[in-house]
Design a protein around this ligand. Structure first.
Ligand SMILES: [Zn+2]
Length: 66
């Protein structure tokens, strides 16, 4: 029983370290590979989202750091 609480503390420490590793948002240029639509926006590298072109709905978006 006593062991379970110790393991929990260890896991919390690991999670805190993971958080520090994460990158901050940066400015990127999104370029649609299908229609050539370009857009500059703040990109969050930690967000697990798919970029979709607002013009042609293609998900072939190239992300270029600016
Ligand atoms: Zn497009």
């Amino acid at each position: 029983m006593g062991n379970s609480s110790k393991n929990g503390a260890k896991q919390e420490m690991q999670e805190a370290r993971e958080k520090q590793k994460k990158e901050e948002r940066y400015k990127v240029k999104l370029i649609c590979m299908r229609c050539g639509f370009e857009k500059t926006e703040m990109y969050d590298p930690n967000a697990d989202e798919e970029k979709i072109c607002p013009k042609c709905s293609s998900n072939s978006i190239r992300i270029k750091k600016v």
